[in-house]
Design a protein around this ligand. Structure first.
Ligand code: ADP
Length: 472
């Protein structure tokens, strides 16, 4: 009898593993789909699930920026305040960062409440950090706002929709900078929002500040997104787009990418249906930190219903988000011989007690399947961007024929990456790096460098405020 119930559970695992598998052939299909969707999103408004938003950033920082600048970053679990001093010649003389969790109730309240909280936090931050070393106080503010925004200039744009659990209805379609600027005057802060940027754009800016071969940036934290430097004339939906540099950074909003080649399981379908934004952000829901733990929770729940190897079905197993991604990562990376960390987290997060070692190993395996798929899909997305801009070694498609000019034409290409999932979850990072190499092949892979940009989204936005300062 006990053998039979074990087999039932193994069947659940096998089926999950099979449906979620990401052999390199499938990843290449995802690469192609990403490049195709990018084209479609640039061709016409609404042409793809990828919004391919204009950012009005046409010049990335080059290291010559000078002075003191502030930045605010909102977009996930933590709200961040930053202050940087730039000294020209690619040097950052100093920077302070403060993180504050956003009170849960503010994520679904009113825009005034949210922005008053932000403005007040900034005021306190300036008072604490403002006059160190008798620095002249900076007046220009970079604002990193990591939600889909339709920009009308570098310093204005309206919110398209919320993601990642935020839901403040009165803000949708409002000008985000205006909301902030008004709160700043309510609180009595004399500052000018010089740049409104998405987190991935900030990351790209910092990447470029250090290394001019940086052409794209990816954020993988609570949510996920990417941006890259495109030729202005490739933005077909915006005829006659002229920029001084001939380029334009495009915010892909890749969390919303979708393709039939994505290995979707029944757990993904349920997670989506029960989410605050069903049929939305499909790629993000397979990849990012907000969701991975919850996918694992769903698989364990299914097993627990099929068999009693986890003991009586814990009621926690049907509660969304009780297993966080950091807890899941801790189970995955448990290196104690008897997996005592796994046992502890099963108890603490899921009320599951006294499971044998064999079952704990099974849990680690589930974490592995979920994380491996996420990391490999993100890798395919990255190579998709490189393919779109002719940096994946296949040198684009001319008259329907793939040119085989391989590494001879390949240029050094840097992709800036940040976000807690990539920086703090070692196995995730390793899987992602490995998959990029696997997809590109050993001839091309050495030309592509993934560089971590710690706090890039905030620092980069302060830099963009610097290069677009109203004070000249
Ligand atoms: P943001 O919330 O703005 O995206 P981060 O980039 O710091 O901020 O990402 C935080 C997210 O990264 C968390 O919500 C969590 O999902 C994930 N994360 C952080 N630390 C770890 C970790 N040690 N293991 C796995 N995931 C982690």
């Amino acid at each position: 009898r006990s053998r039979r119930r074990w087999l039932r559970v193994v069947r659940v695992l096998d089926e999950f593993e099979e449906t979620a598998s990401t052999p390199v052939g499938r990843l290449r299909q995802v690469v192609d789909a990403m490049a195709v969707e990018m084209h479609a999103g640039l061709a016409s408004e609404g042409g793809s699930k990828l919004k391919m938003l204009l950012t009005f950033v046409d010049n990335l920082p080059d290291g010559s920026e000078n002075g003191t600048y502030y930045a605010l970053h909102i977009g996930g679990t933590n709200f961040r305040l930053l202050r940087i001093q730039l000294g020209g010649q690619r040097s950052i003389l100093g920077h302070d960062v403060e993180r504050k969790p956003i009170p849960q109730h503010l994520m679904t309240s009113t825009s005034e409440e949210l922005f008053d909280f932000i403005a007040l936090s900034l005021k306190e931050f300036i008072e604490r950090n403002g006059n160190k070393n008798n620095q002249v106080r900076g007046k220009d503010l970079g604002f990193t706002f990591s939600f889909p925004v339709k920009q009308t200039s570098l310093s204005s744009g309206t919110l398209i929709k919320w993601t990642k659990g935020f839901a403040i209805q009165d803000m949708v379609e409002k000008d985000v900078v205006e909301c902030l600027q008004k709160a700043l005057s309510r609180i009595g802060i004399d500052m000018n929002v010089a740049a409104l940027v998405n987190d991935s754009v900030g990351t790209l800016a910092l990447g470029h500040f250090y290394d001019k071969d940086t052409v794209a940036a990816v954020v993988i934290g609570t949510g996920t997104n990417a941006c890259y430097l495109e030729r202005a004339d490739a933005v077909i939906k915006c005829q006659g787009l002229l920029t001084a540099s001939g380029g334009m950074v495009i915010n892909m909003e890749w969390g919303n990418f979708w393709s039939s080649h994505l290995p979707r399981t029944s757990y993904d379908i349920d997670l989506d249906a029960e989410s605050q934004n069903p049929n939305d952000q499909g790629f993000e829901k397979m990849i990012s930190g907000m969701y991975l733990g919850d996918i694992v929770r769903r698989v364990i729940h299914k097993m627990s219903l099929e068999s009693d190897i986890f003991g009586p079905v814990s009621s926690k197993l049907s509660a969304r988000f009780v297993l966080s991604t950091p807890s899941m990562a801790a189970m995955h990376e448990d290196d104690t011989p008897n997996l005592s960390e796994v046992a502890k987290i099963l108890e603490d997060s899921l009320d599951i007690y006294n499971v044998p070692l064999k079952v704990r190993k099974l849990v680690v395996k589930i974490c592995d399947v979920v994380t491996r798929r996420a990391a490999r899909l993100a890798a395919a997305g990255i190579v998709g961007i490189l393919k779109k801009i002719g940096r994946d070694g296949t040198a684009g498609i001319t008259s329907g024929r793939v040119k085989s000019g391989k590494s001879g034409k390949m240029r050094r290409t840097v992709v800036a990456i940040e976000g807690g999932l990539y920086t703090s979850y070692t196995i995730f990072r390793e899987y992602l790096n490995e998959a990029v190499g696997e997809i590109l092949g050993e001839e091309i892979a050495p030309f592509v460098i993934l560089k971590v940009m710690e706090d890039g989204s905030g620092i980069g936005s302060a830099m963009l405020a610097a290069s677009n300062s109203s004070q000249g």
